[in-house]
Structure formats: structure tokens, C-alpha cells
Design a protein around this ligand. Sequence first.
Ligand SMILES: C[S@@+](CC[C@H](N)C(=O)[O-])C[C@H]1O[C@@H](n2cnc3c(N)ncnc32)[C@H](O)[C@@H]1O
Length: 175
Amino acid sequence: MGSGHTTQASRLRTALPEGAFEIVDEVVEANRRFAGERVTFVQGDICQGGLPPADVCLVRQVLQHLPNDDILRALPHLASYRYVVVTEPLPVAMTAPNADKPLGPGIRARRGSGVVLHEPPFGWPVGTSLLRIPANRAGTQVLETTVYEPATADRPEFTWDDLEAPLAGQLPGPA
Ligand SMILES: C[S@@+](CC[C@H](N)C(=O)[O-])C[C@H]1O[C@@H](n2cnc3c(N)ncnc32)[C@H](O)[C@@H]1O
């Protein structure tokens, strides 16, 4: 989501033969010409939906640009994926998460904040941190990649009984 320009598309072309979703028409057109047929590029706004179906969705340095209201509109659409891998810049010394901002190029990290989806006003389940790397030379920001399973909050907790009950009678018995 928010695939960006062709450098990202070239990585997608070799790494992930799936889809890419981007709001800027010109970027989508350029990516289509560059990437060929293996990646499907879709133009759209993650706040409005129309996201292509998949098991895993990557959202790298996109939410950082959006006001909280736009993120709140995007989250139900992102929650249709089993796994949502979010990469966002965070200040090492966080003043408060999810400080609001206007739409545009500025990011929250410069004001001591960053997007944290398990904190208010977003309320996703806590994700698993996959990677945390320095994001600037001054060492004041990190780029954190977190995998979320947004639907887990609505799912009943899995137990082994759930698995064994439907399989009863189908498994080979003792010899
Ligand atoms: C900082 S770039 C990141 C590009 C790419 N994900 C990467 O990591 O290299 C942010 C991208 O998100 C796109 N974007 C911003 N708001 C969007 C929205 N509401 N829906 C879809 N794409 C959006 C921008 O046009 C831009 O291409």
C-alpha cells in the first residue's frame, strides 16, 4: 500500500509477484511501464478502500503522512488482510504516540511522536516487532517494522480442541 515509485516497484517485481496500491496516478502509470506484468498496480486511496485481496499487506512509510482521521478510515480496509506489515519512523525518545498532524509531507517523528497502531485512537491488537533500525544519522529516530494480525481481536482464541473436534474420526487410529 502506498507503493511509491519505481525503486520500490523493482524490489516488488523480484520479491513479491502480487499487487501494489498507490494514490498518485503518475506514479502508478510509471510503475506499470517499469514493472511489466508480474505486479498489478492499482490506483486508489487506502482511506477509501478498493484494496486488492491478499494474505499479507505491506504499508511502509505511508501512515506517517496521514492525519489520525485518515488513518482511522484506512484501518478497517487494512484489517481485511490476515497480516499487515507496517513500517513507520519513531522517535527514540517518544513524547506521546499518535500526535495528530495535517495531511502532507511532514512526519510526527520530528515532533517527538509516531504512529503506533495499538495505542489510542487506533486500538489494534499489539503487533510483533520484526525489525528496528536507525532512521537518521543523529540516531534520534528508528524505522520500526511491525507485523499486525488485526482480525485476531474479533476471533475466538484458538484451542487444540477446535482442531481435534473436526478431525475426530478422520485420523488413523492406533495400529
Ligand atoms: C514515503 S512514500 C513510501 C513509498 C514506499 N512505500 C516505500 O517505502 O518506498 C509514501 C507513498 O504513499 C503514497 N500515499 C500517501 N497517501 C496515500 C493514500 N491515502 N493511499 C494510497 N497511497 C498513499 C504516496 O503517494 C507515496 O507514494
